[in-house]
Design a protein around this ligand. Structure first.
Ligand SMILES: Nc1ncnc2c1ncn2[C@@H]1O[C@H](COP(=O)(O)OP(=O)(O)OP(=O)(O)O)[C@@H](O)[C@H]1O
Length: 609
């Protein structure tokens, strides 16, 4: 994956253009229509402006044609008005349409990110890559929208250039050639500059990611208490500036280049104008060119060179945006690695019996030398309750991450009813599990949406209530004025409620109950509860899940001693395994840990025991 991301060849201009127009057409056909109208209408205006002086002067010179003069002026006025109106109308249609189109691509980007493997989205190189892709859809002026605007401009400038060339070809083809050469030199210098700009922006993607992270951390209200009490303001602000200073330094470098480019461009324009006027004046004085023709050619020359200049300028802009589109497509088209194994069917069924087996499984996180799990072999039978305990960093969560296929084992196999889980489609396999991790993810939406993680119109309200009651929060929610419609946090609703850490954990437990998947995993989601509350929640939760297979991770051994089996993890290995009484009888690590806790929770031990 990483290799693909960093070594992928760029697409051709045409392929990206085809993709862009095809995708725009699929999303909004009218946008393509308005784009065409805007391009043509905007080209008509300068062409009329070029022709007006000649037509008027010709009419004035032939005195019998005064009536025709008024007719011509009226017709041109009408044409100008119609072209202006069509251009303005179409352009105004385009702005919102392009924005909506960009939002659709933002959403596609988000979906791609969410479908990627957990391991990949933790990889800093892939993250830089996604940051670059994100640049293509971040604002109204760059990336997708920038490319579409440039395209409209390129079309209308090209039409004007073609029109002016037709006029000027009557005069002298050499003039067109000289003009084209001057404009092309400017174009080349400009293009080089855009290349440099792109490479600077690419090198800044890490900086942008870091500044985003720091800004997010300063705004994140969850960090608010620590930021204030630990006085983190200065530290974070210093960090911000040390990262931003790299950005500022590179931006200055870019500005200096722009100044040089502008100077080259301006010299080109002055030389070009002076030479042309000199030549046209010569034609009037010595080659019998009429004043009417002089004005038309002078206007055509100016329109030709400025529109060709703009055309090329827009083209470099277009190229630059094309590179961004390329970054976007490269990310969107990143293949999600496949196991290459034969795909076998899987239908998660909450009533079916599932046996899980870890067969000599070892695992290393990418970029780490040491194993997080080492030769783990364990069988989890249907309806079994397995407790996993162990010190911090012993590998408990890693075990769950492998079981749920957030990561793939480095060595060994995991089997579900005897089949290697890599044979199953990942998205279907995810449906096998209701997992609650230590870090609780709460959304600033209503309680019921947080439990069902579905749109209000789709969720089953009665099931939400049962799940919340099972998680031990039914009374609290029922007593709130807005009940299950109460918003979590105040971000989206002034009357939203900030739940306590323990209450948030209960909502997360309710989410797992609501999902009703065949296998349940609680990875220490109850640490914010007091010991008695945790014990009660476990009992209630365990009753609610009925015959399902469950894995419970907790540092409080009294909460999980009821489990069928207990696995004690130490340094990535299973050190002890068996039922509570067996492990106590063995007198090893488990007994030591249990005895130690029993002293602190003596009251609770009585309750449990
Ligand atoms: N995403 C990661 N990348 C690299 N190393 C990781 C990652 N996650 C965990 N580790 C490392 O793997 C080892 C096992 O971590 P794990 O989270 O499985 O421990 P744990 O037993 O769940 O700990 P705790 O009780 O603190 O939650 C630790 O040394 C940890 O530093």
């Amino acid at each position: 994956m990483e290799t693909h991301a960093t070594s992928r060849k760029r697409n051709t201009l045409l392929r990206n253009l085809k993709w862009l127009l095809k995708t725009l057409w699929q999303h909004d056909k009218l946008a393509v229509f308005f784009m065409t109208v805007a391009s043509v209408a905007e080209a008509v205006v300068p062409m009329v402006v070029v022709l007006i002086p000649k037509l008027v002067l010709d009419a004035i010179e032939s005195s019998e044609n005064v009536k025709a003069l008024y007719g011509i002026i009226a017709a041109l006025g009408l044409l100008l008005f119609a072209a202006h109106s069509a251009a303005t109308w179409s352009s105004n249609q385009l702005w919102p349409r392009y924005s909506v189109f960009r939002m659709q691509l933002v959403s596609l980007f988000g979906r791609k990110f969410m479908n990627m493997n957990q391991e990949d989205i933790e990889n800093p190189r892939i993250l830089d890559f996604s940051q670059k892709a994100d640049n293509a859809v971040q604002d109204d002026f760059n990336g997708v929208e920038g490319m579409l605007y440039n395209l409209t401009e390129i079309l209308n400038r090209a039409l004007v250039v073609i029109g002016c060339s037709a006029i000027l070809s009557n005069l002298n083809a050499v003039v067109i050639l000289v003009l084209a050469i001057i404009v092309s030199i400017n174009f080349y210098v400009n293009l080089r500059n855009r290349h440099v700009e792109k490479s600077i922006l690419d090198s800044l993607s890490t900086v942008f990611r870091q500044t985003d992270y720091i800004m997010e951390a300063t705004k994140n209200f969850k960090f608010g208490k620590d930021i204030r009490l630990f006085g983190l303001g200065k530290w974070l602000s210093d960090k911000f500036w040390s990262v931003v200073s790299v950005d500022i330094e590179k931006s200055w470098l870019l500005r200096k280049r722009y100044i040089i480019i502008d100077a080259v461009y301006n010299i080109g324009v002055v030389v070009q104008e002076a030479a042309l006027y000199a030549w046209l004046i010569y034609k009037v004085l010595y080659a019998e060119m009429s004043i009417a023709d002089f004005t038309m050619y002078a206007a055509a020359v100016r329109a030709f060179s400025s529109n060709l200049g703009q055309l090329l300028e827009r083209f470099t802009g277009y190229l630059q945006q094309n590179w961004r589109i390329d970054d976007y497509l490269a990310f969107i088209e990143l293949p999600i690695p496949d196991t290459g194994l034969e795909r076998l069917p899987l239908t998660p069924d909450r009533n079916a019996a599932y046996t899980i087996e870890f067969e000599n499984v070892s695992f290393k996180y990418s970029g780490r030398d040491e194993y997080a799990l080492r030769n783990v072999s364990i069988v989890l039978k249907p309806k079994e309750r397995l407790a996993i305990i162990g010190l911090n960093g012993a590998g408990k969560t890693t075990f769950i991450k492998l079981l749920t296929r957030l990561y793939e084992p480095t060595e060994g196999r995991i089997l579900l009813n005897g089949t290697d889980i890599r044979h199953f489609d990942k998205q279907t396999y995810y449906k096998m599990f209701s997992v609650v991790f230590q870090e609780i993810m709460m959304f600033a939406f209503s309680v019921k949406e947080n439990v069902a993680v579905q749109e209000v119109s789709e969720l089953d309200a009665a099931r939400v209530e049962r799940a919340v009651q099972g998680a031990g929060l039914g009374g609290k929610i029922a007593n709130l004025p807005k009940g299950y419609d109460t918003y979590v946090q105040k971000v989206l609703d002034e009357e939203g409620i900030e739940f306590s850490g323990g209450q948030n954990q209960k909502i997360a437990l309710a989410r797992a109950l609501y999902k009703d998947a065949p296998i349940v995993v609680l990875d220490e989601p109850t640490s914010a509860l007091d010991a008695l509350a945790e014990y009660e929640v476990y009992q209630s939760f365990d009753r609610m899940i009925g015959d399902k297979t469950a894995i419970y991770i907790s540092h409080r051994l009294s909460s999980t001693r009821f489990c069928t089996n207990i696995a004690v993890f130490n340094d990535g290995r299973i050190e002890e395994y068996g039922a509570h009484q067996e492990l106590i009888a063995q007198g090893g690590t488990y007994k030591k840990m249990f005895d130690m806790q029993a002293v602190y929770y003596s009251n609770e031990v009585k309750v449990v025991g």
